[in-house]
Design a protein around this ligand. Sequence first.
Ligand code: NOJ
Length: 559
Amino acid sequence: MTFTQEDARADLVAAPGSEWWRTAVIYQIYPRSFADASGDGLGDLPGVTAHLDDLKDLGVDAIWLSPFQRSPQKDAGYDVADYRDVDPIFGSLGDFDAMLAAAHERGIRVIVDLVPNHSSDQHVWFQEALKAAPGSPERARYIFRDGTGENGELPPNTWESVFGGGMWKRVTEADGTPGQWYLHIFDESQPDFDWTNDEVRAEFRDVLRFWLDRGVDGFRVDVAHGLIKAEGLPDFTPDPDGGSMGGDAEEVPYWGQPGVHDVWREWHEVLAAYDGDRALCAEAWLPTVEQTALWVRPDEMHQAFNFHYLETEWDATALRDVITESLRAYGEVGAPSTWVLSNHDVVRHASRLALTAENPQGAGIGPNSPGKPDPVKGLSRARAATSLMLALPGSSYLYQGEELGLPEVIDLPDDARQDPTWFRTNGERYGRDGCRVPIPWTADAPAYGFNDTGASWLPQPAEWADLARDAQVDDPSSTLTLYRSLLAERRVRDLGAGELEWLDGFGDDVVAFRNGSLLVIANLGDDAVELPAGEVLLASGPLDGDRLPTDTTVWIAAA
Ligand code: NOJ
């Protein structure tokens, strides 16, 4: 009997309220750094296919792939030139279809990244816009404006790019004269679309259908808080302490504008016309959990990344508060809360949780950063933090390599760095390369098994041999074994669909809760804590007899 996409789909339809994305553990693949079948030093789609069994063995429910569509790679693929094709560095549409079918055969769902806020400056529409006249329909797909100053020599407003520098670039008109300016929230190679334009909206509904027709299970939607800009584009200067996504700032005229909700309602309809519970997940950096929950009202998106959880310090009170608030706010709109600790934009949590200085999102860490992490403390905290996260009800996101306990790579040579942030801030911010280094599979192989040629688009540290998958897979105390055990136990006890009940009596520095048949106790304080009676199912680090040491989480079977 031949297994078809339709067979896979039939298994994917769930009763309302039990859709897969409510409880799934979703593993983020950053394709250029996951596995490189072609050997050119950049990961690719056949590399993903070749490792699906490893992901099945890890125990994840779904994968999310960062962009692999056609792109000049000015922002590692978040600058898309053709939304309906695979970039040759990652393979072909045929490779994508093969990967999708192989994932579905293993019961792994697949979410793809969609980047609607901006395209690449190489996108055919932007090239047409450059050639067309001010006021033309071609320009109206993007945000072109006349400059200010006597001769239009100053940008239209004061906005600053997330990656550093201004948010506007002046073009040269077809007749060779200095002309209008276009808006780019990110790099100047990433012009923003005008989402009040019906042609832009129709185009993206069609792009959604293109990938849905191929069989994807959903989309991670890039910069979901940025599509609509405030009427009149009023001046705004970001708070330097507000984080690079402006996450702490209120009233930012290009973030969180109410007009985006109409877009999500349109997209919800597009997905609803397909069978099999397809999902939209918002990448939305917003000031509060409450505000983010508006993105996942019943007729909008299905999930939003919980960046408030990711940004919470290693502090028991702060964690209890953000968990309580998340379950309340998302619960009130009928959406699951999601949980996440690492991704391709932030310092890996095995380093971040031991930083002793402020680290605004997107800044990264490098040789001259203050407050560099103690790697041993970082790894203990990361293991404890993940053990806590995977016991929470809802859906969790993992970032490739965290299951190996990978730390941020701090000492990348300056001339290896590629993040536009590094260039646009003249090296003031290191950017995100340190969390994007190709991951190690085999200790004793070229590029640690990332490929078989030894090429790697970012250099891998010598210490990573010990962290390679094959060095961890049979070691009962390895981080990989911990992740596999957590995911297996989570599945058996259906923790994603459970309910959280706080447990008292452990002191302020402890996070303790019950989820169904499981007690979870995480000790964030300096002193060891007495454990309650019960069978210890797993622990993130060694126990001290019947005491729980600092920076350790334990799962205990409830009596
Ligand atoms: C958010 C993505 O996660 C990040 O990597 C990218 O640089 C920006 N959006 C711009 O697309």
